[in-house]
Design a protein around this ligand. Structure first.
Ligand SMILES: Cc1ncc(COP(=O)(O)O)c(C=O)c1O
Length: 413
């Protein structure tokens, strides 16, 4: 059985029956099989992952697989803010925002995010994943419906499973499919159209002005998950809504601190009353411990750096565009390069893993993405670029891509 077919049955594994619940775990050996070939790419520990160059099994590798877009995880001001917060407040919150886990630190960050994005208020969650779950569980009750782009982030789809209301998916960036779905929503149901600003694997943008036009026509609210737009596109790195000049038309902006803002955590920003509502009904806000002092302080300091040095965002996009142009010239098939992400389309899963391995052994770290994360046969290497990549890093990476293209050239072009 070829790897694509084997991986297809990967997701069926959890559905396996039998009296002993654990039998499916004992039987599942796909990862062992791939690992035996040296091609298993996931859960590989890095020795150091500090920026444009990482350390993998003692060797330096050019990091083209990080979301540290602005390169701020090692910025002195960000480190210092995190260290100071630990000294002053300790290491954990030991409770949810609802009870003992709220601090002034959280509120300060919320005010700063709201001001940065031009929204009335914001709410900080422990992860971006939870921000999506929180927003959807609070707003999409039995009489509401979430209409979600099929390629939107898994946390949005997981939020849809957890919420009580209806969920309808529309084809990726397909406006006529969205229009058709919107026209069928009964008048007594409140629709929310939910898209990613920048799609995390494909690297393309949502056609937001048209999404907004269609949504407004039927009175639907609009939410944008801008995990990959924040800090990278739009004026001052304010993200996709600002890029299109439509921040006032987007009702809710969701974001994460785990990419440009060099920390962990997430947020939802929007109108004060709506944020207040999410705060009291979003399950992850109430039933999960709040963001640690160090993560909160790091995100806050990273946002300060972004505001003081918006040119970092320009550098990210410039690096991504340059690499796309050069990879195309080598014969690689790439996708969009609208933000920090440049997907390099390979095809079949095993070939994707082989090229990932070849690049890694020669000193370039990429993220292989195969079915079911992308369509079958559309395996890709997700590459992403940082403000802190310099021309030496990128030229060296490109040289390695060139060597690999020479080995696999026939298959790639
Ligand atoms: C589009 C998008 N939304 C949400 C998330 C979740 O963010 P976090 O890592 O903060 O949980 C991610 C993370 O990969 C993402 O890419």
């Amino acid at each position: 059985m070829d790897l694509d077919t084997q991986i297809s049955s990967w997701t069926d594994q959890v559905e396996k029956g039998g009296r002993d619940l654990f039998q499916k775990a004992f039987d599942w050996d796909l990862v062992d099989q791939i690992s035996a070939t040296g091609m298993y790419p996931y859960f590989q520990p890095l020795d150091e992952n500090q920026g444009p160059v990482a350390l993998y099994q003692g060797e330096e590798v050019i990091m083209l697989g990080s979301n540290n877009y602005l390169g701020l995880t090692t910025h002195p001001k960000v480190r210092e803010a995190a260290q100071e917060a630990i000294k002053k407040y300790g290491t954990g919150m030991t409770g949810s925002r609802f009870l003992n886990g709220s601090m002034k630190l959280h509120e300060e960050l919320e005010e700063k995010i709201a001001r940065f994005l031009g929204k009335e208020d914001a709410l900080v969650f422990t992860t971006g994943y939870q921000a999506n779950l929180g927003m959807l569980t609070a707003l999409i009750g039995k009489n509401a419906v979430a209409i979600v782009d099929r390629y939107a982030h898994a946390s949005i789809h997981d939020g849809c499973r957890l919420m009580e209301g209806e969920n309808i998916k529309f084809k990726h960036n397909d406006l006529s499919d969205l229009e058709r779905i919107l026209s069928d929503i009964p008048q007594d149901k409140g629709p929310l159209v939910f898209v990613d600003g920048v799609y995390s694997m494909e690297g393309d943008l949502s056609p937001l002005p048209d999404v907004i036009r269609l949504s407004k026509k039927v009175g639907a609210r609009i939410a944008v998950d801008d995990a990959h737009g924040l800090g990278v596109i739009g004026p001052g790195g304010r993200g996709t809504s600002h890029y299109y000049g439509m921040e006032n038309e987007v009702d809710l902006i969701v974001g994460t601190f785990s990419k440009s803002l060099a920390s962990t955590g997430g947020f939802v920003a929007g109108a004060k009353k709506v944020i207040h509502f999410i705060k009291h009904f979003g399950r992850p806000m109430i039933f999960s411990a709040s963001l640690t002092p160090s993560c909160t302080a790091a995100a806050n300091a990273a946002l300060d750096v972004l505001m003081a040095e918006p040119e970092r965002a320009d550098r990210v996009r410039k690096n991504a565009r340059w690499m796309k142009k050069e990879l195309d010239a080598l014969g690689y098939k790439t996708g969009h390069a609208d933000a920090a992400i440049v997907p390099v389309i390979i095809g079949e899963s095993m070939l994707t893993f082989m090229i990932w391995r070849e690049l890694l052994d020669r000193g370039v770290y990429t993220n292989p993405v195969v079915y079911p994360a992308v369509a079958k046969g559309n395996g890709m290497l997700r590459t992403s670029y940082l403000a802190t990549h310099n021309s030496e890093h990128l030229e060296k990476a490109l040289e390695i891509f060139k060597e690999v293209a020479q080995i696999y050239g026939m298959t790639l072009s």
